[in-house]
Design a protein around this ligand. Structure first.
Ligand SMILES: [Zn+2]
Length: 425
């Protein structure tokens, strides 16, 4: 293909009150096509660190990879910046749009690593600026410009594993009003099995429509672009659709999760920790459940909050000695770092037994305990047995070896639903 390769990254154009960076990118793509640009790939929808304390909603950044004639580079830059300036939310301190341009050449290994780290942990603006300078990437920031981090990361993030989402956008006059999608058509979509996350099977809640005042009407997630589009086509909309765009995404890929020892955990990162249960689980007011696990480097509190649904019952069923693999977001709390569970794999269950007094060998009557670790004594003949003579009765466990995840409504965009993987992680 002749022409110059251009990567464009965009992030942080939305607020809690409106807009969506995917919409900004969708409009941008249409305008760039009008200026003669050819898309090399689907636009990338990259979900960044889900534990970032100042994210807006799903923490989504977008990158576009296009090819244009060298003479059009100035037009491309102007179209991109004008679209961001026109559509990005204004007047909110927390909305700090960022744009990145990588012109000519490909995405370096260093940029890829930066992209991955931005999904997995906290990355500072200074680091993004320094890397951009070394890589010859132009960054443009607005209102503080923290979004340049995500814009650069969206270009860098390698989508080796990926899924697709087909998104339908609303016409502007409907923004902020209740979305009109025939629920029957969502049930139909769910039953044909080509999409994922369309419906929460536990609660029946429809998940193709967001609940925010943003321009998204509905999004259908699938393993292929064709299925995502076919799935979106099955939905019956009772309002006008402005446009439809298919994104290639890191959603449902587990890209954010990396194995770590407890002593290596960093605040606001995501991790998978293998360890042994060290406490009896406990539940506090509000229904949040906790348990302590440990490995050879330290101990960690794991939390299953109320929205995680049935995962809490699994945590409550754990007992000291159980071997588990826990995945989630690392949050700093008063008691130290806490892992907010996204998924829990029970690898091995400890035997939980109840020690009961043995019967006297001579008399056959049940012996009496002489106190903790002091053995047993027969009330009839006075015979004594050590505490090791106790009869151990294994207690039934309420949980089994297996992988458990949070309720669909509490699942991270990045987390791979168990229904998709069908095995451990
Ligand atoms: Zn006896």
């Amino acid at each position: 293909m002749s022409g110059v390769s251009v990567w464009i990254g965009v992030d942080d154009t939305d607020s809690r009150h409106g807009m969506c960076t995917t919409y900004v990118a969708a409009v941008m793509l249409e305008r760039l096509a009008g200026a003669g640009a050819r898309a090399v790939d689907y636009p990338h929808l990259v979900r960044l660190n889900p534990n970032c304390p100042y994210k807006t909603r799903g923490n989504a950044a977008v990158s576009l990879h296009i090819v244009v004639d060298a003479a059009m580079l100035g037009v491309v830059r102007r179209v991109v910046l004008e679209t961001v300036e026109e559509l990005a939310e204004k007047g909110f301190e927390e909305t700090q749009p960022g744009v990145a341009f990588l012109v000519g050449g490909g995405v370096s290994r260093r940029l890829e690593e930066f992209g991955l780290r931005t999904v997995r942990e906290m990355v500072e603006v200074d680091e993004a600026r320094e890397l951009a300078r070394m890589e010859g990437v132009e960054l443009v920031g607005y209102n503080g410009g923290r979004g340049v981090v995500g814009a650069l990361a969206a270009i860098g993030c390698p989508l080796e594993k990926y899924t697709f989402e087909a998104i339908a956008y609303r016409v502007r006059e409907n923004w902020g009003t209740v979305r009109r999608v025939d629920p029957e058509s969502v049930y139909m979509l769910q039953s044909c099995g080509i999409s994922f996350d369309s419906l929460d099977p536990e609660t029946g809640e429809i998940r193709v429509t967001p609940h925010t005042p943003c321009p998204v009407l509905a999004g259908v997630r699938a393993m292929t672009a064709g299925d995502a589009l076919r799935g979106l086509g099955m939905l019956r909309f009772l309002e006008d659709v402005e446009r439809v765009v298919v994104f290639k995404t890191n959603q449902a890929t587990d890209m954010h999760l990396t194995p770590a020892k407890i002593s290596q955990l960093k605040p606001y990162s995501s991790a998978v920790v293998e360890g042994v249960v060290r406490s009896i689980p406990w539940t506090i007011a509000g229904g949040h459940t906790f348990v302590i696990i440990g490995d050879e480097t330290g101990e960690l509190t794991c939390a299953a909050y109320r929205p995680t649904g049935r995962l809490r019952a699994v945590v409550r069923g754990l007992r000291p000695g159980d071997r588990v693999r826990a995945a989630g977001g690392v949050k700093p709390k008063e008691q130290g770092l806490t892992l907010n569970l996204e998924r829990l794999e029970i690898l091995e269950l400890a035997e939980v037994a109840l020690a009961t007094p043995p019967r006297c060998v001579s008399c056959g009557v049940s012996m009496k305990s002489r106190g903790r670790d002091a053995g047993y004594r027969c009330r009839v003949c006075g015979a004594i047995l050590p505490s090791t003579a106790a009869v151990r009765r294994a207690l039934p466990r309420s949980v089994r070896v297996g992988v458990y995840e949070v309720a669909a409504t509490a699942r991270r965009h990045l987390s791979r639903p168990l229904a998709l993987s069908g095995e451990g992680f």
